[in-house]
Design a protein around this ligand. Structure first.
Ligand code: PMP
Length: 280
């Protein structure tokens, strides 16, 4: 039986109760983070928690009273579930109000944390790569906020699955924005590593940031600019990054093979550097 954390208490998931008037349910107001744990160690937890604070602030949402204590509580949750490899999901909503758009919560923000077992470095996406499709980015213009308002992503991933694919990459008028739950990197024929610059149009991925640092330290040439869909057939390599993908090679986009659907050398190099980083 899984133990979760809800509003100050550890309890069996089956016993957890959230009010039907929670604004996370009535108005879809909520922000979240997913942090992975490898051999008992949370990976990039400070970056995830800093982003959680930015998301809360951007949504004008009060932090939960446990905010300062989250790293300890996350570790305790993993321990209670005997999880050494997996993930912790942290979700915050403004809490309970009458069903009124502008009502101010009187009580506490809702905080829920769930832990799951997982081995991301041996996942098929990491080891063998993924085949993806492109779709127009139909989301709102605050994609820098990590909100639980995930309907477009759910639809895009379900559509990919229906097409026998692993995922969807979104694009706008300037080029690829990001994956449905990941950031996108391309290696061009000159060997430069290219990814879209941060803005309100994409999430500042913690893995994206880590990969950029690793690439820079390894002496790779970096370019932050949008990747145009027309460039993809000539791309030397393509990959997506996220806490749970780590670095997943992209083998084809809309049926167009990248590097003849073989994982490229720079992708492999960065995967290795990333595995060294999480093992250190
Ligand atoms: N973009 C979106 C839309 C995401 O949902 C995620 C996953 N949280 C990412 C990018 C990657 O972020 P991170 O590397 O922090 O997991």
């Amino acid at each position: 039986m899984s133990i979760i954390f809800l509003n100050g208490a550890f309890l069996a998931a089956e016993e957890a109760r959230i009010s039907p008037f929670d604004r996370g349910f009535t108005f879809g107001e909520g922000v979240y983070e997913v942090c992975i744990v490898v051999k008992g160690k949370l990976i990039d937890a400070p970056a995830h928690l800093a982003r959680l604070e930015r998301s809360l602030k951007a949504c004008d949402m009060a932090p939960p009273p446990e905010m300062a204590n989250l790293p300890t509580l996350m570790a305790e949750l993993l321990q209670k579930n005997a999880i050494h490899n997996g993930s912790v999901y942290v979700q915050v909503t403004p809490g309970v109000t009458p069903r009124n758009f502008t009502a101010q919560p009187q009580g506490r923000s809702t905080l829920m944390m769930v832990a799951n077992t997982g081995h991301f470095e041996t996942s098929p996406a990491f080891t063998a790569g993924v085949h993806v499709q492109l779709q127009p980015d139909i989301r709102w213009l605050h994609r820098d906020i990590k909100t639980t308002m995930l309907m477009p992503q759910v639809m895009a991933k379900r559509n990919a699955l229906a097409n026998g694919l692993a995922d969807t990459l979104f694009y706008d008028a300037d080029g690829l924005t990001e994956g449905a739950s990941s950031n996108v990197f391309m290696v061009d024929t000159q060997g430069s590593l290219i990814t879209r610059p941060l803005s309100n149009l994409l999430l500042a991925g913690c893995t994206r940031e880590r990969v950029l640092t690793l690439a820079q330290n390894a002496g790779l040439t970096l370019q932050e600019r949008p990747i145009r869909p027309e460039e993809l057939p000539q791309a030397a390599e393509l990959f997506v990054t996220s806490a749970t993908y780590l670095i997943a090679p992209v083998l084809s986009v809309d049926g167009i093979k990248i590097n003849n659907a073989v994982i490229g050398p720079k992708t492999r190099q960065l995967q290795k550097l990333y595995l060294n980083y999480i093992a250190a």
